[in-house]
Structure formats: C-alpha cells, structure tokens
Design a protein around this ligand. Structure first.
Ligand SMILES: Cc1cc2nc3c(=O)[nH]c(=O)nc-3n(C[C@H](O)[C@H](O)[C@H](O)COP(=O)(O)O)c2cc1C
Length: 364
C-alpha cells in the first residue's frame, strides 16, 4: 500500500509537501542548558525525521513568563534564535520542512519556574492540574489574572518570536492554541471569567488569538502560519467543556478562513467525550465543512486510519505524535508496511540522551 495518498507528495497553494504526514509537536525537555537553547542533539532528532511532509517542533516558549515546563527551549532571545539555525539547516539539508510551535503555558505553570512569582492567566482560577518542574510533576496554583497591558505584551512576545523564527530559518510557525494552554484558557469559560474585552462573549474570548495573528502581518506571510486547536478537550489540563466551547471553536475556525493560513491543526478528543454534554466526538468530521483551507488532524492515527481520513475528505494532512518519537523513519516504515518500534513513555520528558536519538532505524 506504498501508494497510499498519505505518502504521496501534496501541494496546497504554492507549497509542496513530500507527503501528507506531519510530525506533531512534542515537548521532549532536552534543552536543559543555560539559556534554554536548541542543541546539536535536537538537530539530529529533527533531521532524522525530515522525511515527514512537515515537522512541527516541540512547544517553544515566547518569553520567560510563557514557561510551564522545565528544560524546554525558547525562541525569544537572540541566542536562542541563533541556536535554532543548526536545527532548521539540518532539516533543510535533508529536504524537510519545519515549523516551530510557539507556546505560552499560562496557568499550566508554577511559581517554581518564575522565581516564586505566580504564572499569568486570563483569570485567577487554579486549573487543578500538574506542572512539570525540577522535582517532577507538581500541583498547579491559582495564577495571577493578566492585566490588559500584560495581554498586549504577550501578543508582542508572539510577534517577536515569529520574527526570530523567520531569522532562524523556520519554514513557518504554529500558534499553540490547544491543550489547555494560554490561548485555550482565554477561549473556555472554565478558565476565563473576565468582564473586559477579553472575556464574556465568544468574540471577546477569541480576541487574543486574532490580535496575535494580526500582529504577525508584515512579519511573516500567513501562508507560513498554522494554528492548533483542541476543541473537545475535557477533563485534562484543567479544561472543561460547556455550552460555549464548541461554538467558540466554530467561530475561531470559521474566522481563520480569512487569513489564508498554512493550515489549521485540529486534535480529536484526548479522552472519551461521547457522554460529555456539549462535546463533539468527531472533530475532523465536524470542522471539515467549516474550514476551507488545509486541515491537519491528529491523535491516535495509524497508517490505515490516516489514509482513510484523507480519502474520506475529512482532512488533508495527518499529524503523528508518539509514533514519530519511537520511529525516526516512520515514513519509510509506512512505505514498507514494516513493524514499528515500541515507544518508552518513561523517557518522553527526561533530560538524558536515553530515549531521544537511540530508537533503532528499520533494518534494510
Ligand atoms: C511526549 C509528548 C509531548 C507533547 N508535547 C506537545 C507539545 O509541546 N505541543 C502540543 O501541541 N502537543 C504536544 N503533545 C501532544 C501531541 O502533539 C499529540 O497531540 C499526541 O501525542 C496525540 O497524537 P498521537 O496519538 O499521534 O501521539 C505531546 C505529546 C507527547 C506524547
């Protein structure tokens, strides 16, 4: 089945991808150096996977305040920007494409990561989740409600980081507006009880995302910008669905049509939401009629189900996460219908070389 539509080159607008497989963004916590710089090991990791149609990097923070995980890389400083050049170069040398995922964790952080100061969030509501700090996963706290000035400054942080991404040679940026992090916290009623222009109505809750997109005008072409959303996230990372959650995401996805983006990256529910009021269980099917551009879908796909979702017309590309951690040569394995390596979750977020660049490639 090596002629699967998943594996054939794909052109959207003026961009041609080697295939329709993306590598999903995945935090690996391997930037445990002073300055949280991208490393040579990271260049090897990403370039080993360059056969993917598109690589999306791990969540990469847009400011010090955006940090919510230990040892994650940033792209806000000059030094960080320079450090990413070895990664983009190594991927391009192998004919790959790479976007950097721009990340602000908001309330999914901890004072331990901010010299004792509270993390920033739309409202002062504890997500009752876990933050990953030096001592491991610990309980989150009640964050500080952001002032309007802090929201505007955050938009500027995304702009600055996008400029840095262009300088570093990235093919584009993905705004991380999913998985319970800052933008998602603005979208949902469980985390946003503001009464100013960033809360209340659907338009207000979505405002920070569109202000960020508008701030990128002139910095990068919108055909090089993706947005990631996880509309039916429920019961994880502090997120709860209510009657406004899906309508908010429908409004966002519909408005994203106006930008001519590289793609919208949606995630099927992380948990079973079939019994959850107001949730949508089949995200690609639900949002395909709303979004006219390149729709990327993720979560739990195999070669067969990824091929099927594209053939059925519900998505244009499929992002694979964990399978890419364990199989640097996932594309070749799909081409040959070869067996896959077993991932080891105990080394997903560790700081060592073990479990990073040592998964065996296929025997030829
Ligand atoms: C180790 C690990 C780290 C992750 N880090 C991120 C991240 O930084 N940004 C993000 O948007 N999603 C992150 N995710 C979610 C993945 O992008 C993806 O949605 C998830 O693994 C489901 O896809 P899969 O079934 O193909 O693995 C992470 C997942 C894993 C397993």
């Amino acid at each position: 089945m090596s002629n699967s539509i998943l594996l054939r080159p794909y052109t959207f607008n003026t961009t041609t991808y080697n295939n329709r497989m993306a590598m999903a963004p995945m935090t690996r916590s391997r930037a445990g150096n002073e300055g949280n710089l991208a490393t040579e090991q990271m260049a090897i990791y990403y370039s080993d996977r360059a056969a993917a149609g598109l690589l999306i990097t791990e969540g990469t923070v847009v400011s010090k305040k955006a940090v919510g995980f230990i040892n994650v890389p940033g792209i806000y400083s000059e030094e960080q920007t320079q450090s990413w050049k070895q990664v983009t170069q190594a991927v391009h040398d192998k004919g790959g494409k790479i976007f950097v995922q721009l990340w602000h964790t908001g309330r999914l952080s901890h004072p331990e990561l901010h010299n004792g100061e509270l993390p920033h969030a739309p409202s002062a509501i504890n997500p009752e989740a876990k933050a990953y700090v030096a001592s491991g996963f610990i309980d989150t706290v009640t964050p500080k409600e952001m002032t309007i000035e802090e929201i505007k400054a955050t938009v500027q942080d995304f702009k600055n980081s996008t400029q840095n991404a262009v300088t570093a040679g990235f093919d584009g940026v993905e705004l991380h507006a999913a998985n319970g992090y800052l933008f998602h916290q603005f979208f949902n009623g469980c985390s946003n009880t503001r009464t100013d222009e960033y809360g209340g109505s659907i338009e207000n809750r979505a405002r920070i995302l569109f202000e960020t997109l508008d701030a990128l005008k002139g910095i990068i072409d919108y055909s090089r910008v993706g947005v990631r959303l996880n509309p039916s996230m429920h019961g994880v990372q502090g997120m709860t669905i209510d009657q406004d959650t899906i309508p908010t995401h429908e409004y966002i996805v519909s408005r994203l049509n106006e930008y001519g983006l590289a793609y919208v990256h949606l995630t099927e529910p992380f948990t079973d939401v079939t019994e959850v009021p107001y949730a949508v269980s089949e995200i690609a099917k639900h949002f395909r009629p709303i979004y006219k551009g390149l729709l990327m879908i993720n979560k739990g796909f195999t070669k067969e189900s990824g091929t099927k979702v594209i053939e059925e017309g519900y998505a244009d590309m499929v992002a694979y996460g964990v399978p890419f951690i364990a199989n640097p040569d996932l594309v070749a394995r799909f081409e040959k219908d070869a067996p896959l390596n077993t991932p080891d979750p105990s080394t997903f977020y560790t700081f060592t070389a073990e479990g990073y660049n040592d998964y065996p490639k296929m025997e030829v």
